[in-house]
Design a protein. Structure first.
Length: 495
């Protein structure tokens, strides 16, 4: 898929980007405050449900069932949307999705669109594609508006402007709003209510004149052809109801079989994302209805590497993701490095396993992402659909180091091992030879004895390939005596 794209410019590998990010004290303070606040509220909201673990298991089961039969449910979805008056388009990659949307907008004769917050359109780089065609795309989600006005990039799935504080937002509104439409008041302060009112007035004129809107969807129901968008502000609902034409770009993994399946996710998604019992705005629409909402509806179903990911028995569980962002808020790596360091529209733990599968691991950025984790497991514990992110991270690390068979563009190919891991592969081969040998306990004991004798020569940094480890970590201190000596002295030969 030559058009696979995840909506970010060229970026350095994660270790380099993270090294720069952790030096930014303001960024770290903003992230620490926001993630601690969100995860504390989420924990309280989840604790209210005695059957949370059963809901979690049910969500996993629904998603796994759907992914096993995705071909059938996608065809059913197409039939349902078409019967309800909509038009379905199939996009194999980002370029095709952008071309379809651009042509649909140009066919209306309009030169601007309003947008609902959408990870899929960020993934494809739709805003840039529309701009190249002379079409202005206006983000209407408050956080997305802040990012757009600040000529910035999203750094969080749920709160794209999480890296900004209210003082920075005030300055962005003052300096940039006038160039995009209604300017901010000259005396605008940094009180959240003032900032929200400035955004409301700025966006209201766009809502009232827009003829075309672009959205994503949290879920799509194969049985009825229903699109579902959950949000907290109401700006999305303005986009979904006021314009004449609505174009929704949706990843093929967002489908669920029946309307009843929504019962599970409408309980787990709000609590895991915004720590609310339910979203303030849950908008559903099925096709078109005369005199009610847009008169023309287009659904663009996006693959962009998802079918290849589905072919991986271990990695496919990442497609269960419902974009709640709970994993980001508990991740110690994300809290310190921020979202931009991941070089993808999908940051945090889920981005570390999803982006390398959608894009492949040939690029240095994607090859580094599976290592952007401490493997502490906190992401798995909070995931509302039980994605075992640590398992996928280890799976992808093996792919980077060893290479092996993968599916790319629907074809089974064999990847070569990535550069820079020769010493690691040699160490693993040596360990395998040692542990497979009949006398391995004797050899291991001899090696430990030799290392124990050299304990006083412990360097502060490892030489050669080991430098990569000590560039970011301190060598642990050595105990006063080897464990084997302690065991023999304290317990003798007892088991």
């Amino acid at each position: 898929m030559t058009g696979t794209h995840l909506g970010m410019p060229a970026f350095p590998p994660f270790p380099d980007a993270a090294r720069e990010a952790v030096r930014d004290g303001v960024l770290r303070a903003n992230l620490r405050h926001a993630t601690h606040t969100i995860r504390g509220k989420r924990a309280r909201a989840v604790a209210e449900l005695a059957d949370w673990e059963r809901l979690r298991a049910a969500g996993k089961a629904v998603k796994d069932h759907t992914l096993r039969h995705l071909d059938r449910y996608l065809l059913q979805l197409e039939a349902s949307v078409t019967a309800a008056g909509g038009t379905v388009h199939w996009a194999a990659d980002a370029d095709e999705a952008n071309r379809i949307v651009t042509e649909l907008v140009l066919a209306t004769g309009e030169s601007e669109v309003v947008k609902v917050k959408s990870m899929a359109t960020q993934e494809t780089g739709l805003n840039e594609a529309l701009e190249a065609a002379g079409i202005a795309a206006y983000e209407t989600d408050l956080a997305e508006l802040i990012v757009q006005l600040g000529h910035d990039r999203p750094s969080h799935i749920l709160v794209p402007a999480i890296h900004r504080n209210r003082h920075e937002i005030r300055d962005i509104f003052r300096s940039e709003m006038g160039g995009w439409g209604r300017p901010a008041p000259e005396d605008l302060g940094d009180d959240p209510r003032e900032l929200a009112e400035a955004a409301r007035l700025h966006l209201r004129e766009k809502f009232l004149r827009a003829k075309v809107a672009v959205s994503g969807a949290n879920f799509v129901v194969a049985e009825t052809g229903t699109m579902v968008v959950l949000e907290s502000e109401g700006n999305g609902r303005m986009c979904l109801t006021l314009p004449d034409t609505l174009i929704s770009v949706v990843g093929i993994e967002k489908v669920v079989p029946t309307f009843r399946d929504l019962e599970v996710f409408l309980q787990t998604l709000p609590r895991s994302s915004t720590a609310e019992r339910m979203n303030p705005y849950t908008t559903m629409w099925t096709g078109t209805h005369e005199g009610d909402g847009p008169s023309t509806f287009h659904l663009v179903l996006l693959d962009n590497g998802r079918t290849d990911t589905l072919a991986d028995a271990t990695g496919r569980q990442a497609l269960r993701c419902i974009r709640c962002s709970a994993c980001l808020n508990v991740c110690p790596v994300y809290e310190r490095a921020g979202g931009h360091a991941y070089g993808s529209v999908y940051p945090g733990p889920i981005g570390a396993v999803l982006s390398p599968q959608l894009r492949g691991t040939a690029d240095a950025v994607d090859a580094s992402l599976p290592y952007a984790s401490t493997l502490c497991g906190a992401c798995y514990e909070v995931c509302p659909v039980a994605i075992d992110i640590p398992e996928i991270l280890l799976h992808l690390r093996e792919r980077v180091v060893q290479g092996g068979p993968v599916t790319r563009e629907g074809v089974r190919v064999r990847l070569r091992p990535a550069h820079g891991h020769t010493a690691e592969r040699a160490a693993m081969r040596a360990a395998r030879l040692l542990l497979n040998h009949d006398d391995w306990p004797v050899a291991l004991r001899a090696g430990e004895r030799l290392l124990a004798r050299a304990r006083r020569l412990r360097p502060r940094r490892l030489p050669g390939p080991g430098r990569a480890w000590t560039d970011t970590r301190e060598l642990p201190g050595l105990p006063a005596e080897p464990f084997r000596d302690w065991w023999l002295r304290e317990r003798g030969n007892r088991p």
